[in-house]
Every structure is written in C-alpha cells, then in structure tokens.
Design a protein around this ligand. Structure first.
Ligand code: PLP
Length: 457
C-alpha cells in the first residue's frame, strides 16, 4: 500500500509528526515506535517486534481487537456507496446504528453523532446551558464534575477536569464548572462505614452551597479511568440518582472509556442500575476502526429542543462536520455485531474476574501493590512506597515497571501526568477477546516486572 521503506517512514515521523502526550525528548535517544500491524491482541512495530497490547490501543479503545476484516469490509462497502453528507440529513448506517444502540440502552432515545469524546461532552454541556436559557432564565447553568475524572481535551471539557496536571497551563477556563469530591475509598476523605453514600452526600453539600437553582447537570465517569481506575460503589449511585431527582439536575454519564462492553455490560452505568439523562461515548464505539462519538439522550431531554415556530433559534444550534461521516456508524454496527456474535460481554466478565483475582494474588506477593480495583476488563493496581502510610510510589518507578513490561513484550498503561503525586496506578484494559492464556501472560509479566524493578517482597 505504501512504497516508503520503513527507515524513510521513521525519518518522516521524526521530522514531522508531533506525537500526543509525550515529551519529544524521549526520541533523542531512540526512534519513535511506529506500529505497523495488528491482529487480535498483538501489534508489531517497525522492527517486526511483536507486543501483546494490554491497553487496547494505548487508551482503552480497540475493544474487539485488531485486524477485523468484517469491520474493514463494512466500512469499505459503505464508503464507496455514500461516504458523507452533513448530519442535517440522515444516512443508512447512522439510522441503523442509532436504533441498535438505543435497543441496548433502555430509557434512552436519541443519538447525536460527533467525532470525539471531548466533543460529545461539549455537546452535552451546550445542551445543559441551552436548557438553562430556555427554562430557567439562564440561571441553572452550572455543571458539576468530580475530582479525578476527565472529560476531554477542549477548553470546555478541560473546565470540567478533575485531573490537575492535564488542565494546568491551559486556563483561563469556562466559568460555571464546579468540582465535587472523588469517591476513592482507598484514599478516604471521611472515616465512615458507608463510604459511597458519604461521597454522594458531599455532592449534595456542593449543590446546597452553590444553590440548587444554579446547578443544571452532574457529569460523572461510571468508573473513573485515567484518574486511577476508581469504581464507585452501588450505594454511591443510588444516592447520586436521588440527589439529581431532588434538585432537578441532569445526570450526564461519560462512557467514553466504559462504553460498549469494557466493564462487561454494554455501558458502565448499567452495572449500577443508574438512569442517566445524557450519555456520551467514543473510544469503544467502533473500536478505533473509524472515528465516531455519540451523545445519547432521553426523549425528555430531546423534547426540550423540539422546534418552536415562534422562535427559529429554538433547536440545538449545533453541528459537527464529521458527524455526517458514514464510516463511523458502519464500523460501529459491525463492532456491536461482533460483540454479540462472539459473546464478548460474557467473556469480559469472566476474564475480568480472572484478571482481578490475579492482581489480588500479585498484591499478596508484592508489598508495593497497595490496592487493586476494576470492573470487567478495566483494571488498575495502585502502587505505594509504604503500605501502612499509603505513600504513593514515585511515578518514575511506576514508569520503570511499565517499561519492564514493555521490555518483556507486553504494553501496559499507567495514570500519566494527571494528578500530582498520584501517577501511581498501573492500568490494564485488554481487548474484550482476551483469553485465559492472554490474561495469565499479562499477570506473569507484571509479577516479573515488579520483582525486577521493586525487588521481591
Ligand atoms: N472522557 C473520558 C472519560 C476520557 O477518558 C476521554 C479520553 O481519554 C475523553 C472523555 C475524551 O475523549 P477524546 O480523546 O475522544 O476527545
């Protein structure tokens, strides 16, 4: 397909590509890694070296694994027939995927297509603001977000960022975004038995402080991803739901990471019986085979944007150019079919349990593992310098553990330049097709890396 020899590709990359999320100084001593091929859980670099990818494309994305010809075929067939028309018109895959998605999301009704997780969240924020203008004289416009959560890279989404290091240097931010405390019991802020309820009560305290008539929405990740793989307990969600209903606050669930199978249900919120008003999703929707993100709302939210003949601006005055691309929903339809046909939700639950049990066993063996957390194939291990004080392990040592896994041929992730002092969680999110052998290899690799870097405990 490409006639460049690989050394030319590496030189072109070195000279012209500005890589994401990395200090380019890293490439002074060694070449950038070019991923040239993938199949299943494996990727190959420019030197032909094979790696097992335990993080689904680095950032929780390639849920059905690499090299899926049926997705490529579906996208190709669609593109040669009809590649694009602006989203004011419909498309065949757009309509069919929306229908299929809503089948998996009882209580939800409308799908708004866009390009990225950040953008889907921006759309949700805009809807909250517009509802505030339409119904509450502009007043009920504040959006609450949780400490340690992340909702994207744009200035609006960074205004709702609970991860200090991602947002530092990019202010000033958009007014009206207000933080609420995280609910990581391992780093408890309250000494109580019902931690989840207490953490949710803290949200109510913020609402009362700000004034309930000023708060329009609460935006939460079902399981906090980059902030340290934090799984809120069920009683947290029950209280959150009550609080939102009590103060007429829209519940916006950010499923950009959890969405489409990652936790073992189609969506993370379904693990907790939550009934959201708005759901955003991106990464796993088409497993990275095409760029697609969605904002899904209830009919109740949609109803507030129905055209009003007296006011021509009374609709959602928004567009994403590439929200009209057909490649995304075509890929997403096939992605969902694969998950169904191959029973990948069940596999995720079973393999996730195996991964968690294995991480617990590693915790028993290595004192440096302070806490293990996860749900489905979405797990983390928080590393500490001292179990008694829970002092976080230096992030350079955590990075050395990740590097040792890489040396052994397994690509792992870590909470990376997000929360000062707490970039200490190893992250695993392998594709939903992972087998028991795959999981065991990941675990053995981590075990060995901890021994190599931190010494036997
Ligand atoms: N929301 C969450 C929970 C995420 O983890 C991310 C990205 O990592 C985003 C939103 C932003 O998505 P995108 O990078 O597609 O804009």
């Amino acid at each position: 397909m490409y006639d460049n020899d690989i050394s030319g590709v590496v030189a072109a990359d070195r000279a012209h590509v500005w890589h994401h999320l990395i200090q380019h100084r890293a490439f002074d001593a060694k070449d950038p890694r070019i991923i040239v091929e993938g199949k299943g859980l494996s990727v190959w670099d420019q030197n032909g070296r094979e790696f097992m990818d335990a993080v689904s494309g680095g950032v929780w994305t390639v849920n059905v694994g690499y090299g899926r010809e049926s997705i490529a075929d579906a996208v190709r067939d669609q593109l040669v027939k009809m590649n694009y028309f602006a989203g004011s018109a419909g498309s065949i895959p757009g309509a069919l995927f929306a229908q299929k998605l809503i089948e998996k999301m009882p209580g939800m009704s409308r799908v708004y297509y866009t390009n990225s997780g950040s953008e889907a969240n921006e759309k949700a924020f805009k809807m909250v603001r517009q509802i505030a203008h339409k119904r509450y004289g502009g007043k009920k416009n504040k959006i609450l977000y949780r400490d340690r959560d992340y909702h994207g890279t744009t200035i609006g989404a960074l205004s709702a960022c609970g991860q200090e290091q991602r947002a530092a240097q990019y202010g000033p931010f958009v007014p009206g975004f207000v933080p609420v405390p995280h609910c990581l019991e391992y780093r408890a802020q309250w000494d109580v038995e019902n931690y989840g309820q207490r953490a949710a009560d803290a949200i109510e305290e913020v609402i009362l402080r700000e004034g309930p008539d000023t708060v329009g929405a609460l935006c939460l990740e079902p399981v906090t991803a980059g902030g340290g793989v934090i799984v809120p307990p069920k009683d947290y969600w029950e209280r959150v739901q009550e609080i939102c209903a009590k103060y007429d606050i829209l519940l916006h669930i950010d499923e950009v990471v959890c969405g489409v199978g990652r936790t073992g249900t189609w969506f993370g919120y379904q693990q907790f019986g939550v009934k959201p008003d708005m759901v955003t999703m991106a990464k796993g929707v088409a497993s990275g085979y095409a760029a697609i993100a969605c904002l899904v709302t209830t009919e109740g939210v949609f109803d507030q944007f129905r055209d009003d003949a007296a006011d021509p601006l009374n609709h959602f005055r928004d567009i994403s150019t590439f929200g009209g691309c057909t490649a995304g929903p075509a890929a997403a339809l096939e992605n969902m079919k694969i998950i169904e046909d191959e029973h990948l939700l069940d596999n995720t639950t079973a393999m996730g349990a195996r991964l968690m049990a294995g991480l617990e066993a590693i915790k028993d063996k290595h004192a440096v593992v302070g806490d293990v957390r996860g749900m489905g194939l979405f797990c983390g291990a928080e590393l500490v310098a001292d179990r008694a004080t829970k002092e976080p392990l230096d992030e350079k040592i955590v990075a050395a553990v990740v590097a040792d896994c890489d040396r052994q041929g397994v690509i792992l992730g870590m909470t990376n330049r997000s929360i000062p002092g707490f970039n200490n969680t190893l992250c695993l999110s392998p594709a939903l097709i992972s087998t028991a052998d795959d999981i065991d290899r990941m675990l053995a690799t981590i075990d060995e890396a901890l021994t190599n870097v931190c010494g036997q405990s």
